[in-house]
Design a protein around this ligand. Structure first.
Ligand code: RUQ
Ligand code: CUA
Length: 651
């Protein structure tokens, strides 16, 4: 932990909270001086003796005074320091999705500094992602996407620092980032699906990554049932988080929005906002209640094993048909109305569903779900609270102290509410579970808090990802940035501390303690990408670490192997023929931290990075006869500008 954010401040807060508790618990006769002064200050009574206080002042009883005192003390905003001075490191990695930019971003929290952009579904000129051979193959010719939800792999209910998963809503894919290099290393197409939206890894151990189709489509989608929306359905898909293979799918009748998993590996969840099966707005909003789908993973896997499955599409993936009625695979908990987010409390007890078109959140007690599946209680009986939190509730975060924080889109607030009180309030209207609301700017979508999606939720920082920034930043034209706000939730009162412009349109983030993630500083030469280069090198009898060779591969194809070490390419020139398909395979022999080279060929749309000890390859067609300089685009040495060579293109 850096000194800047925290421990000391936290101690101070704890100490002051301690005082408050102790004051509150002290007896009239034992009032200490500080307690007395606070009490006196509270009623504005000036100097009064302890005896007078004990008897009550101005008609107030001692109990009332204590209550008022506690209330004043309870108004204490968090005292965390969000300033991270030059040279100091942040306490958390913020993993951000990038929306239509197709990328993932890494921010430092609490500074909100954007440290890295990880291209995933997009093409990136700086790194060559989407242009170099391996990423091109991974992307399968597509270079746009829509990343919404980022989550890290888990072990025992908390992050294990190995992988980051992200969905692509645009092209129904799940991608994975290897945290050793913070590069995308795998991408899986999800069959029979459109609008892959909510995803969530299993939390007891990843395990599976569950993915929801938001759009209902004909199943199979091959031209039949075009005009019969009743026959449409959507898939809840399980992907192995290690092999990235699609394991199975469950077909349901409704659409599925957000996804969550429990902490035990028994259940996964999906909110359904279109139980009506509508294909237009009115149709989708007709019912007063929609559903939380609860998937019984053991029962589904048993059905898959016993081949109680159906064939959809190419039939490569086993599909469990759970359309229609509640049964052993899926139970539908009625939730008002068009619910959006579903988030698990860090104690593993409650799945909190946000009503979106209902001003409520519904708290589902996960411990009751066994009884629901056993038919002992009705699905709706698992709902143990439904507090009113504001207009347009979307997502909920937790502080690990029993409080929940729900983003409220229409009201533009974060509502802090107490879970236990909400449960009490379900039977007793006199109980008010709402603790506080704080304005955010504006129209907040997701919210998340430090370690909130794990059992180690620590209640320090909360992020409000606001969809509109309006007037919060300098005017930069019609396309506004979004506004990611940082809120200190360590005190009993929330405190807004930072506005952060975000390039459109990131959706979600998670905050991971920095001691969990340990990227390498020099490229580890293993994994599927290196298997790809090694295969090539073996074919050509080349040692990637030392050979510099131009190899003609039959008619019109040339492979150019070259190494680089600052500030030179080992190949100062190479010759090809106009129209040749040229594949350059470059290895960076510099094993020094922060010493990237790259390869850019003038006037050929070729540009990529090659990191320390990395290899990359890129393929292009040699242009008209002439001389074309290739150069290193990354500042690597005092003679960086001299790091170049000639591609000589013959007629
Ligand atoms: S969504 S603003 Cu794609 Cu996560 Cu809720
Ligand atoms: Cu190598 Cu610049």
């Amino acid at each position: 932990m850096s000194k800047s954010t925290g421990r000391d401040d936290e101690k101070k807060i704890r100490a002051s909270e301690q005082e408050i508790v102790e004051d509150g618990a002290s007896q009239p006769g034992k009032t200490d001086r500080r307690g007395f002064m606070r009490g006196a200050g509270l009623v504005g009574a000036g100097f009064i003796g302890a005896g007078a206080l004990a008897k009550g002042v101005g008609g107030s009883t001692w109990g009332e005074l204590l209550q008022a005192k506690a209330a004043r003390a309870a108004d204490k905003p968090g005292q965390l320091d969000a300033h991270v001075p030059p040279g100091k490191l942040d306490d958390y990695y913020g993993l951000w999705s990038g929306g239509q930019s197709g990328e993932i971003r890494l921010l430092g929290i609490p500074s909100m500094r954007e440290i890295k952009r990880i291209p995933v579904m997009n093409r990136d000129s700086a790194t060559g992602w989407g242009r170099d051979d391996w990423s091109k193959q991974l992307l399968g010719g597509r270079d746009s996407g829509d990343t919404h939800h980022v989550h890290m792999s888990y072990k025992d209910g908390t992050y294990d620092g190995r992988y980051i998963y992200v969905n692509d809503k645009a092209n129904a894919r799940l991608a994975r980032v290897d945290c050793r290099t913070m590069e995308c290393d795998a991408m899986t197409d999800i069959p029979n699906s459109q609008g892959t939206h909510g995803i969530f890894p299993q939390r007891h151990d990843t395990g599976l990554v569950l993915c929801n189709s938001e759009f209902r489509t004909p199943q199979p989608n091959d031209g039949r049932d075009l005009d019969d929306p009743k026959a449409y359905g959507a898939m809840h898909t399980a992907i192995d988080g290690e092999s990235m293979e699609v394991k199975w799918q469950v077909l349901v009748e409704g659409n599925m929005d957000l996804c969550a998993t429990d902490y035990e590996g028994k259940y996964s969840f999906a909110t359904c906002y279109n139980s009506e099966g509508g294909v237009n707005l009115e149709g989708m909003m007709a019912a007063d209640r929609d559903h939380l789908y609860v998937f019984n993973l053991a029962a589904i896997e048993k059905a898959v094993k016993q081949k109680k499955t159906i064939k959809v599409g190419d039939g490569k993936v086993p599909v469990v048909d759970a359309r229609g009625k509640d049964g052993p695979y899926v139970q539908r908990v009625p939730i008002p109305k068009s619910p959006h987010g579903v988030n698990m409390s860090p104690d593993g007890k409650y799945a909190v569903c946000s009503g979106k078109l209902s001003p409520t959140v519904s708290v589902v007690d996960v411990r009751k779900l066994d009884d629901v599946f056993a038919g002992k209680i009705k699905p709706r009986d698992a709902v143990v609270a439904e507090p009113e939190v504001g207009l347009g509730p979307l997502h909920t975060a937790f502080d690990g102290r029993g409080n929940a924080y729900t983003s409220i889109f229409i009201d533009s607030v974060i509502t802090k509410w107490n879970i236990d009180k909400a449960i009490e309030a379900f039977d007793d209207e006199s109980v008010d579970p709402i603790v506080e609301k704080i304005d955010v700017h504006y129209q907040v979508g997701h919210t998340n808090a430090s370690m909130s999606e794990t059992k180690e939720a620590d209640g320090k920082w909360l992020i409000a990802l606001c969809k509109f920034s309006k007037d919060r930043f300098l005017n930069v034209g019609p396309l506004h940035h979004e506004n990611d706000q940082l809120i200190d939730i360590s005190g009993s009162k929330m405190r807004l501390v930072h506005d952060g412009p975000a390039y459109p349109e990131p959706h979600d983030c998670v905050l991971v303690r920095r001691d969990i993630i340990h990227p390498e500083k020099v490229t580890p030469r293993d994994g599927p990408r290196f298997a790809f280069y090694e295969k090539m090198a073996k074919e050509d009898g080349v040692n990637l670490m030392k050979d510099n060779k131009v190899i003609r591969k039959g008619k019109g194809k040339v492979r150019v192997y070259m190494t680089s070490a600052a500030p030179v390419y080992s190949l100062g020139e190479f010759r090809v023929k106009s129209g040749d398909e040229v594949q350059v395979i470059q290895t960076n022999l510099d094993g020094i931290e922060d010493l990237s080279h790259g390869f850019c060929v003038s006037n050929h749309d070729v540009n990529m990075v090659v990191n320390p000890m990395d290899t990359r390859s890129i393929t292009f067609t040699a242009g008209a006869p002439g001389v074309y300089w290739y150069y290193c685009p990354w500042f690597c040495h005092a003679l960086h500008l001299e790091m170049r060579g000639r591609m000589i293109v013959e007629a």
